[in-house]
Design a binder for this molecule. Structure first.
Ligand code: MGD
Ligand code: MGD
Ligand code: SF4
Ligand code: MO
Length: 694
């Protein structure tokens, strides 16, 4: 039978590579990178290929499941949606609006039928207990963008293809394929940069990205704010800030710079492990480069000083004149805009979590409080939970605690394709049909891209009659909930109509029809300066010295934070074959050697009398796990490194391949109390642990 190519964007990670999916009849037989995609130019990673496994996975759910004791029964869609709506409404009727919580996981953002339809359902719930994976990920970025530029998604992106100097902290795009920087085939882009200019990677591990960098600096986990303060001091010592381009658009820059200058950084080498002379050299190089950009991601966001780090990074780009400038960092002008009229700019502190009193951000509370909101009795206690494409039992801090909390809920409904560590607690599981049967537009990732691009993915095949699209499921719950609660119902139109409305709002003139005729996507050119014209702050200026950030800087300089320590610190790692917690049921991704082991420096193993390959007990203030350890001088002494997303050995799941994958969950060790304070984002990296022979 002849092979036919069908094209769409990969739904698995931020790189949104164009895929060439090859069919024989209606059977998917092979997947290649789409060589005609002007943005991804044929790039594909092992996960892209593993879509073959996802499509044929016998464990993948296709019809609604209802719990019956410890077992499950398949029920009809009508029955399932009605029951979901009715039981959510009942929980609120009995216990008030906040008794229903919702958690949106990472793939929510990768499916238009989730991301565009969930907000209406959440708004109609009117609960304060809305959570998402953003608070174990990128809240520090969103908070800083909101504080400084007036919109949580007015996010400057590194102009990786044109910059001459890239200072990268706490990111490993060669394994992760990039984050808040959509750049398919990032390794090639970074290699080209290292030839053209310089790539400096700052990371406690000599990562795959450090391996192709011009220079790698080991840094003590959690000490980046010190490095950045010292770096800014050294940059400013070389001359006045280069802020001519921002004239009239800067508010309180002097105040910010004076606060930074006032921090005593004499101990910076002891705190970070990086000599001051090296910091001074990086400062001089950064300032002298024709164009330069600083960028920090997971490693500097999911740590105790996450928001402070992101603020300092913005200031570094600003004072060197690289903000909103080609070759520096500049926001994308997406054709389906996530900023401007009709979008939510952000907000903070309109309400607080009931138990710990943490402030709301952008309409959500930090997921680190979810377990205590379920377990603590009283008015406003969470009794029912809706999860959508999330696995918080493995992905959020103190996963064991949340695991226990979920089992105490009155009702839980999960929109998910697997019966896994989280959804095993549900009463109802509603599995959407394959993304290959649905239209899709990457609302967020086109707007975080390093070029101005746009791509519409159309269904590649029909869904089966007894399957439902994700947007149909969410519309269905919304309608059933409205009927049961007596609230007004609002049925959103199908995806192509919604995408058309979004495009019209952007005003680029590009239409759904035009995009439909460009299956490989449109390339609209490189990034252009637009930030200054788009500021959404009340003052119309860049707010350089938000009081929250000045307060953080003061806290950093206090003796407790400014003391060097010798404790062993745990950090994470990603592997090209991983996707947070959920792709371990794909044979292609788990075959071969295991990847869940702990890494430690050989000297740290020797001083503990631990041999290569030994089984060790890792303990934190919260929990303990056992795992095999390997020695590696790619790790800084005093640092241990473990991937997250494992821990599939729990009973009651239906993932035959994943449950056979060994490896403990990193988040059995993380502490729900460990936060980046301004945002409430979880501090997952840099946690204190002990390691001894098991
Ligand atoms: N220690 C530590 N913890 C971390 C991180 C870390 O670096 N270290 N990283 C954090 C980050 S960046 C993130 S984003 C979070 C992720 O946290 P989560 O989003 O909670 O976790 P995932 O593993 O991405 O879970 C995805 C879920 O979506 C389901 N799913 C997959 N495809 C679909 C689909 O098409 N439709 C639906 N409805 N469901 C689907 C999967 O079965 C799975 O249940 O984890 C965070 N946790
Ligand atoms: N293969 C694969 N790709 C993925 C994912 C996946 O699970 N697997 N997840 C996707 C998701 S949801 C996201 S958000 C992105 C994340 O993508 P990235 O932001 O690139 O995240 P990581 O690969 O975790 O890289 C974080 C780096 O921070 C370092 N680090 C840890 N602590 C510190 C510290 O205190 N200071 C500094 N300077 N560095 C530190 C770690 O050693 C690590 O190299 O990846 C996405 N892509
Ligand atoms: S890099 Fe990301 S988008 Fe590209 S094929 Fe891999 S998982 Fe898909
Ligand atoms: Mo993430």
């Amino acid at each position: 039978m002849a092979r036919q190519s069908r094209f769409r964007a990969c739904p698995l990670c931020e790189a949104i590579c164009g895929l060439d999916l090859q069919y024989e009849g209606e059977e998917l037989v092979a997947i290649r990178g789409d060589a005609a995609d002007p943005f991804s130019r044929g790039h594909i990673c092992p996960k892209g290929n593993a879509i073959l496994d996802l499509e044929s996975d016998p464990d993948r759910l296709r019809r609604p499941l209802r719990r019956r004791g410890s077992d499950w029964e398949e029920i009809s869609w009508d029955e399932a949606l009605a029951e979901a709506g009715e039981r959510l409404a009942a929980a609120q009727r009995d216990h008030g609006p906040d008794a229903v919580a919702a958690y949106l996981g990472n793939p929510t953002v990768h499916h238009f039928g989730h991301i565009a339809y969930m907000p209406a359902l959440l708004r109609s719930l009117r609960s304060k207990n809305i959570f998402s994976a953003s608070s174990v990920d990128q809240w520090p970025h969103q908070l800083v963008d909101w504080l400084m530029y007036g919109h949580q998604f007015l996010l400057p992106i590194p102009d990786v293809d044109r910059t001459d100097y890239f200072l990268m902290l706490g990111a490993n795009p060669v394994a992760s394929n990039g984050s808040l920087m959509t750049a398919p085939g990032i390794a090639k882009r970074l290699e080209a940069l290292a030839v053209r200019g310089k790539l400096v990677v700052v990371d406690p591990r000599r990562t795959e990205t450090a391996g192709i960098a011009s220079e790698h600096l080991f840094i003590r986990p959690g000490s980046d704010a010190w490095f950045l303060v010292a770096l800014l001091q050294d940059v400013l010592a070389l001359g006045a800030p280069r802020t001519q381009a921002y004239a009239g658009k800067l508010s309180e820059l002097e105040e910010a710079l004076a606060a930074i200058a006032a921090v005593d950084t004499v101990k910076v080498e002891a705190l970070t492990g990086i000599p001051r002379t090296t910091i001074a050299r990086i400062a001089a190089e950064f300032r002298a480069a024709p164009s330069a950009v600083a960028y920090g991601r997971m490693g500097v966001s999911t740590q105790a000083w996450g928001t402070l780090c992101q603020w300092l990074i913005q200031l570094l780009n600003l004072v060197t004149g690289n903000l909103d400038r080609e070759g520096g960092s500049l926001p994308n002008e997406a054709v389906l805009p996530v900023t401007g009229p009709g979008t939510s700019p952000g907000n903070r502190g309109r309400w607080h979590s009931r138990v710990r009193g943490l402030p709301e951000f952008a309409g959500e509370l930090p997921v680190a409080v979810l377990a205590e909101e379920i377990l603590t009795p009283g008015e406003g206690q969470v009794r029912a939970l809706l999860t959508c494409a999330g696995n918080p039992v493995l992905s959020t801090p103190d996963g064991r605690g949340l695991d226990k909390a979920l089992s105490s809920l009155d009702f839980m409904v999960s929109i998910d394709i697997y019966l896994n560590e989280t959804t095993r607690h549900a009463d109802l599981i509603l599995p959407p049909a394959s993304p290959l049967t649905q239209p899709h537009y990457d609302v967020h990732f086109n707007s975080f891209a390093v070029r101005r691009v746009a791509k519409l993915s159309l269904p590649l095949r029909e869904r089966d009659d007894d399957e439902r699209a994700d947007w149909e499921i969410i519309n269905g719950i919304t309608a059933a909930y409205a009927a049961a609660s007596g609230k007004p119902a609002r049925d959103l139109p199908p995806p192509l109509a919604m995408i058309g409305m979004g495009l019209a709002r952007g005003g680029s003139g590009i239409t759904v029809e035009q995009l439909a005729q460009a299956p490989h996507g449109l390339d609209l050119g490189p990034l252009r300066p637009s930030l200054l014209a788009r500021l959404e702050t009340a003052s119309g200026c860049i707010e350089c010295a938000p009081p929250l950030m000045l307060e953080e800087l003061r806290r950093l300089a206090m003796p407790a934070a400014a003391a060097a320590d010798a404790t062993l610190r745990l950090i994470g790692r990603r592997d090209v074959r991983s996707n947070n917690s959920w792709m371990h049921n794909a044979p292609r991704l788990v075959k071969g050697k295991t990847r869940h082991h702990l890494l430690m420096h050989p000297d740290d193993l020797a001083s503990r009398g631990i041999g290569e390959g030994a089984r060790v007990a890792v303990a934190s203030s919260v929990g303990a796990i056992e795992v095999e350890v390997r020695g590696s001088d790619a790790l800084m002494p005093g640092v241990a490194c473990l991937p997250h997303g494992f821990g599939h050995d729990r009973p009651g799941t239906r993932q035959s391949r994943a449950s056979a994958v060994s490896g403990p969950s990193y988040n059995d060790l993380t502490d729900a109390a460990a936060l980046d304070l301004p945002s409430g984002n979880a501090a997952l990296n840099g946690i204190e642990v002990t390691v001894r022979l098991a």
